[in-house]
Design a protein around this ligand. Structure first.
Ligand code: SIN
Length: 188
């Protein structure tokens, strides 16, 4: 699959006709909401784990020196915490552009802190996209992040902002916090 997913995402019609749609964010969509929203609520989705396994050529790295950003990997029983936004369908043109480097819109059940739930959309970069990098140790991921930078800024800024946002949500993510810990070694 090409790593530009705009055309594929544009054909997703699951929420056609809806006045508003819930979007679940688990990476930069937690700490960088550069789109208007009607409502924002901490939330989680089941069956997925957050991993720095997706390459970034367009935001936090370049074609020759990709950065690493998060995607979700299926895992039975796992819960991924993040932020849900209620948006109007027009926002998806901007979101599809922003998430074009391998991310596909998927329909998901989103659960809120008060126990209520809604159907919505999450952007996931699956292992068959061209920008996918896959597993590496947390130390190796930190080393790559420390050396990468793209049009949106240093890759380390993405990691640190995500770790901070998760702390603000009161959610412990061992993978993210372990990479953050290793980053200090490579920045010293
Ligand atoms: C997300 O934040 O939900 C998707 C991944 C990213 O844009 O960092």
């Amino acid at each position: 699959m090409s790593h530009n997913t705009i055309a594929i995402n544009g054909r997703m019609d699951r929420f056609d006709g809806h006045d508003s749609v819930w979007l679940f964010g688990y990476g930069s969509l937690i700490f960088k909401a550069d789109f208007p929203f009607l409502e924002r609520r901490p939330a989680h989705i089941g069956g997925w784990t957050r991993r720095f396994w997706q390459g970034s050529h367009d935001h936090r790295g370049t074609e020759t020196a990709p950065g690493r950003v998060v995607t979700l990997v299926p895992e039975d029983g796992a819960v991924c915490h993040g932020m849900a936004y209620l948006v109007t369908p027009e926002e998806f043109a901007h979101l599809d552009y922003r998430e074009k480097n391998g991310y596909l819109r998927l329909a998901t059940d989103i659960r809120f802190e008060d126990g209520s739930a809604a159907h919505g959309i999450v952007y996931i970069a699956t292992h068959d996209n061209a920008a996918y990098l896959g597993p590496a140790s947390e130390r190796e991921i930190a080393r790559q992040i420390a050396g990468a930078r793209g049009p949106s800024g240093p890759n380390s800024e993405y990691l640190l902002a995500l770790a901070e946002a998760l702390r603000e949500l009161g959610k412990f993510d061992p993978h993210v916090f372990e990479i953050e810990r290793h980053l200090a070694e490579f920045r010293a």
